[in-house]
Design a protein around this ligand. Structure first.
Ligand code: GLN
Length: 275
């Protein structure tokens, strides 16, 4: 892949990935800031350095997501640690963060259900230090990643291990906004066997059923945990908006609507409960 005695510039040229990924993995393997590719372009790589870069590039060629190789992904302008215990935050999920930020009252309370890497909860807490943010997940491994992300970004978030509403005391806790990006891919969907998804935690991607099981549980439970007039906001699959709106309607929500993501797909649906 990289010939012995190559300079940094030559190594960069020789790598087989797309230019962005070549740059990211070269810098990550050699612990170099991006600018070093210019300022040190003529530096000759050692054999060990070539071996390090080659190993990472090979993992990428084998299909591993670049975020798991580097251990991080940017989301909402913040850096998040990611491991195979959590989904990799998607740009599309920034939509639900924006919708939460628009709806959370001063000192408002947010519940993020199935927080994974903590992306939604940490992004909201960083942008709204006044907010009272709770994030839950059923996975201890995910919660430990989320806790690290809150600490690294200086976000104040309370974390709970909970199977959906299971660990919340009914009628004691009420939130102004409940948000979730739950597993919503239909069991057997071919996307689960393609690209990055093959490496992501399967229980965070699919309910192993019709894709609506988690969304149903959250819609059914939310009224007991929402303040009067509080919002429930749910990320869902590209073809699930009408089904989620119907679930919200059947549960008695009002102001039900869907919002489109960067790809112009209805990606988040939600509504208010109460007066
Ligand atoms: N948005 C992800 C995807 O389709 C799925 C995330 C999820 O199931 N919550 O790749």
């Amino acid at each position: 892949m990289i010939a012995a005695g190559s300079t940094l510039a030559q190594a960069r040229q020789a790598l087989p990935l797309d230019p962005l990924e070549n740059r990211i993995l070269l810098c990550h393997a050699l612990h170099l800031p991006r600018v070093a590719l210019i300022t040190q372009s003529e530096r000759v790589l050692t054999e060990d350095e070539i071996a390090l870069v080659t190993a990472l590039v090979q993992r990428r060629l084998d299909g591993e997501p670049i975020a798991y190789i580097t251990g991080e992904r940017e989301f909402f302008g913040l850096s998040f640690k990611v491991t195979p215990a959590t989904l990799i935050p998607r740009p599309d999920t920034e939509l639900i963060v924006e919708l939460v930020l628009e709806r959370l009252a001063p000192q408002g309370r947010l519940l993020d259900m199935g927080t994974g890497s903590g992306a939604i909860a940490v992004a909201v807490a960083c942008n709204r230090p006044d907010a009272d943010v709770t994030a839950l997940d059923v996975s201890d491994a995910a919660l430990s990643v989320a806790r690290e992300n809150a600490a690294a970004n200086g976000a104040r978030v309370r974390f709970l291990r909970s199977d959906w509403f299971g660990a919340l005391a009914a009628d004691e806790e009420r939130f102004g906004v409940i948000a979730s990006n739950p597993p919503y891919i239909v069991a057997g969907d071919r996307h689960l066997d393609e690209g990055d998804l093959r490496f992501e935690p399967i229980d965070a991607l699919t309910d192993h059923g019709d894709g609506l099981a988690a969304l149903r549980s959250i819609v059914a439970g939310a009224p007991e945990y929402l303040q009067d007039g509080g919002w429930l906001l749910l990320e869902h699959g590209y073809d699930q908006a009408a089904a989620v709106r119907a679930l919200l309607k059947a549960q008695g929500f009002s102001e039900i609507q869907s919002w489109r993501d960067l790809g112009n797909i209805e990606r988040v649906s939600g509504g208010r409960f109460g007066s």
